[in-house]
Design a protein around this ligand. Sequence first.
Ligand code: MG
Length: 297
Amino acid sequence: MRLASWRWGGRDHVGTVSACGRELTPLACRDAAAGVLPLIELLAEGGSLPSPSGTRLPTDAVVLRAPLPRPRRGLFCVGRNYHAHAAELAGSVFRNHVTDDRGWPIVFGKLAECVVGPHDAVRLPNPSTSVQIDYESELAVVIGRGGLDIQRSRAMDHVFGYTVVNDVTARDVQMRHQQWDLGKSFDSFCPMGPWIVTADELDGRDTRVRGWVTPAGGAPELRQDGFTRDMIHDIPTLIETCSRGITLLPGDVIATGTPAGVGMGFEPPRWLRAGDVVRIEIDGLGAIENRFERLAA
Ligand code: MG
């Protein structure tokens, strides 16, 4: 099943997406502004989906929102989680900021307020704040049934589904501080979508993540092409790690890290500029595509 959130006719809606992705069926949901979170909570408690509340409509006719427009307490994010990406960081401008591998995942946060829709513009910051804007194509795990101290062996039972995120990053700001949250949480720095695919339809432990950059006026360039099976710390380990001492809740999001090919990994680095478009596609899930723009504050 695929669950989406969209805006149409001046109102927010949630509902299901057809297998081909071209049709939406709205569901009777009282708090559609919250995206699919109320549906995840309902299903996690053993409830069933509400009934359809209207006729189907083409996906092209609506503005898709992020399925979770405001994750209730931000996103859990994992850094340096693919071997090839770890190798490119070791040779990049970031090399002095990568600590030695201690065997534990790197976990940081993104503020909930930086989430935007799967086709929304991403706002480039004032150049005095950052000129090193980078993309990170990622699979995000959405938690269904919550839990504390979830064992690795049972962790997949807590996965509701998956979505695509771009963990957009201001590298100079990320490197400036001991913690990464500031450089990862600029307004609009977390495009998400196009919907959530439930775990019965996609095994996030074995799918393909690709990212393209189309420079302003240029042709698309495939920059990232990785498989989630190449994660250093797999999804069960990430869930076990994030739930140690913190009760995970339905709708929590864990962004699982990015494959090799980020802009920082090139020599010289290839930072995003106004007019560039980043497309991220995950097999079995769908794609998000966002233009980077210098928008007024
Ligand atoms: Mg990341």
